[in-house]
Design a protein around this ligand. Structure first.
Ligand code: NAP
Length: 260
């Protein structure tokens, strides 16, 4: 028996990297999963990868979470096909990579926020209004935040700010929804091994690992495990919480190579 037998789960950005492992985790633990990428092409690619991994029992529907019409369409499909939703995982993110502050346009900041903050907001609001409030068993929301909400990284002002906004939003939604029995929490990862790591030199990977007290970045499966915990009854007394999963990066003041 799986922890999520009979549960219906929506995972945004479930088509790639960490989201792919989150999709895999919920399907393998018995859930019926709806996942989306931002475009038909990227969603179909993720669907093919998952099927290649032997994962079935999920439905792939493209949805740009920053576009309310596409979000509405996604929920129309879920309503038509299963008529309920138990768990929402807001994993989709605009990485906002590589723009120094002095060159970052306000429009770029809006672009990052439109996915990470407004996207997460409107998908969550639709899950609550269209399903959770009408269901006796209510529902659970898990956001993917980042340890960069607390400790900034260079040239990522829009991204770091959006993750800080997610942490505040998680606490605010959790407070409003708690009396109604809806829980909202977040996992805040540090380094995760994704396809972007494949392009790094071994030297850079080694230096990054030296920055981690546990000497190892997270895998997508490590993060999926935390997300599944927050979505499960094992965390039933938790809401408004941000769980950091970053190999101990956030507990150190300076990396070891600076100390010696
Ligand atoms: N990787 C890390 O080291 C790290 C560290 C801390 C936190 N995180 C957080 O953990 C989560 C997963 O990270 P990741 O590195 O696996 O992410 P990623 O590789 O950048 O993938 C992002 C995912 O979000 C989707 N997405 C982007 N814009 C979207 C939109 N407008 N509508 C719908 N989907 C959209 C992408 O779909 P497409 O394929 O269509 O683009 C993709 O599936 C993110 O929230 C990220 O911020 C990651």
């Amino acid at each position: 028996m799986g922890r999520f037998d009979g549960k219906v789960v929506l995972i945004t950005g479930g088509n790639r990297n960490t989201g792919l492992f989150i999709t895999d985790k919920f399907v393998r633990e018995g859930a019926r999963v709806f996942m989306c990428g931002s475009t038909p092409e990227s969603t179909a690619k993720g669907e093919a990868m998952l099927r290649g991994m032997g994962v079935t029992g999920f439905r792939a529907i493209p949805c740009d979470v920053s576009d309310i019409r596409q979000v509405t369409n996604l929920f129309d499909v879920i309503e038509r096909e299963v008529g309920c939703l138990d768990i929402l995982v807001n994993n989709a993110a605009h990485q906002g990579i590589g723009k120094p502050f002095v060159e970052m346009s306000p429009d770029y900041v809006k672009e990052v926020f439109s996915v990470n903050v407004v996207g997460g907001f409107q998908v969550t609001q639709m899950a609550v209004n269209r399903f959770f409030l009408k269901q006796a068993n209510r529902g659970v929301v898990v956001f993917l935040s980042s340890n960069t909400a607390q400790r900034a990284i260079r040239n990522r002002t829009a991204y770091c700010a959006s993750k800080g906004a997610i942490n505040s939003m998680v606490r605010a939604i959790a407070l409003d929804m708690a009396p109604l029995g809806i829980r909202v929490n977040a996992c805040a990862p540090g380094y995760i091994y994704t396809e972007r790591w494949d392009k790094l030199s071994e030297d850079v990977k080694a230096r990054r690992r030296l920055n981690c007290p546990l000497r190892q970045e997270a895998t997508g499966r490590d993060i999926a495990n935390v997300v599944a915990f927050l979505a499960s009854a094992d965390s039933s007394n938790m809401t408004g919480e941000i769980i950091t999963c970053d190999a101990g990066c956030s507990c150190q003041h300076m990396p070891e190579d600076v100390d010696y």
